[in-house]
Design a protein around this ligand. Structure first.
Ligand SMILES: [Zn+2]
Length: 245
């Protein structure tokens, strides 16, 4: 375990760690599959993320803490193999009780990433469903965090980018090829929405990477491998998915 987390481990109370463990064990399939040491590391990153993020959760939803813990776990899951462990731009998360619209627009959203407000917005019923049904490659929280992370990586001028430059370049080559395939109707493993643009392809790819990794690896081995290296993990290796710990 990295020194940073060893130190955080001393500061976080047992009560907080147990609470995160309890909720993640119940609702996050990825977490449940991890070996014990990795579970401990995951919990520390999860607490760190909830503490470094501002959540505004609709009071109608009742208990806010479990909601924040579960939403955070989607971010931690994506970034578990990376050094960067929080968001610096999109670090405001609004959790709505139902799908929502913006003023002067009829479009209804279940989630979106808003560059003007630096926020990620999520409708809780869809987030919950994303975790409950863990093998349909639909996970709203993973989807929206994928956008937030990639946008933040592209726009970051600080020394805390998410991805290795070379790995991202490799991924982009295969992603572009896949985008063309999806648009040509020659698509097996992703849902068609991935063909919208290269950003949506990334979000759908990560949903599929975590919820249908074997299907993904079978049908698109090069793209799958490029994401393994990009995120430094391979979810097929349940228990111990990290490539370089
Ligand atoms: Zn999207």
């Amino acid at each position: 375990m990295k020194l940073k987390y060893k130190i955080l481990n001393l500061f976080y109370s047992q009560k907080t760690k147990s609470k995160h463990h309890r909720i993640l064990s119940k609702y996050n399939t990825y977490y449940r599959g991890l070996d014990r040491d990795l579970k401990n590391a995951f919990v520390l990153r999860n607490i760190y993320f909830t503490n470094s993020t501002t959540f505004s959760t609709d009071p109608k939803l009742g208990l806010q803490n479990p909601i924040e813990i579960l939403i955070s776990s989607a971010f931690v899951q994506i970034t578990f193999g990376l050094n960067q462990d929080c968001l610096n731009i999109f670090n405001n998360i609004f959790v709505m009780a139902a799908p929502y619209s913006y003023k002067q627009s009829k479009d209804v959203y279940k989630g979106d990433v808003n560059a003007n407000t630096g926020s990620i917005n999520l409708a809780w019923p869809s987030v919950k469903e994303g975790f409950y049904i863990d093998d349909d490659a639909l996970n709203l929280a993973i989807h929206e965090f994928s956008h937030g992370i990639l946008l933040e990586h592209i726009n970051t001028t600080s020394n805390s980018p998410f991805f290795d430059k070379r790995r991202l370049k490799e991924y982009n080559v295969f992603a572009q090829q896949k985008l063309e395939k999806v648009r040509a109707g020659n698509n097996v493993v992703f849902r068609d929405y991935a063909g919208t643009n290269i950003m949506e392809l990334f979000a759908v790819a990560l949903e599929t990477f975590f919820e249908k990794p074997s299907d993904f690896a079978t049908h698109e081995p090069d793209l799958y491998k490029s994401i393994c290296y990009l995120l430094n993990q391979n979810p097929i290796k349940e228990g111990s998915p990290l490539i370089y710990a």
